[in-house]
Ligand binder design. Structure first.
Ligand code: CMX
Length: 135
């Protein structure tokens, strides 16, 4: 089973305007800003215990977050679970009829191996499984 919720992905129109809310109202610290060109996003990270908040700003209106904001507006975009044995988990999900966006892990932010499950198969919540290759 997953060890913990690795992060919550939250789509925002602008990191510049969203970061001050997390820092000045919630009292969190943005410890990293990273562009992930393959995903067409710029990300900002905060830690809340073992879990992170990942703010996602789109860098391209045709990218996954750009399309999401256009359709649904800002808000929770995905839930990411930390797992061990990511490929085996994907194979199991596929066997059980879950539609995979990624059949094999790919590289995500912070050097993690990641894979997404389709929200149509996961009760409307885009679900990410991630594994730390250094663990
Ligand atoms: N959560 C829930 N539902 C979502 C969704 C999300 N994040 N994104 C899209 N959907 C829904 C749409 O509302 C739409 O539903 P309807 O058919 O009922 O209208 C359906 O999924 C299809 O949406 P779409 O706008 O046509 O978009 P696509 O099918 O082209 O893409 C998805 C959807 C999930 C396959 C795509 O966004 C994807 O591959 N996501 C994974 C990658 C990603 O999100 N990367 C950004 C984060 C990267 C990171 O964390 O580093």
């Amino acid at each position: 089973k997953p060890t913990h919720i690795e992060h919550l992905g939250i789509a925002v129109k602008s990191l510049e305007t969203a970061i001050p809310y997390y820092e000045n109202v919630l009292g969190l610290t943005c410890y990293a800003v990273e562009e992930v060109p393959e995903q067409k996003v710029k990300t900002a990270f905060f830690k809340v215990g073992q879990t992170k908040i990942e703010l996602l700003e789109s860098t391209d209106p045709e990218g996954p977050v750009g399309k999401f904001i256009e359709k649904k507006g800002e808000g929770v975009h995905h839930v990411a679970f930390a797992v061990e044995g990511l490929q085996a988990k994907l194979d199991l999900a596929a066997e059980r009829g879950v539609a995979l966006i990624d059949k094999a892990p790919r590289k995500g932010a912070e050097g993690l191996n990641i894979a997404f499950l389709h929200p149509k198969s996961t009760f409307g919540v885009l679900t990410e499984l991630c594994e730390d290759p250094n663990k």
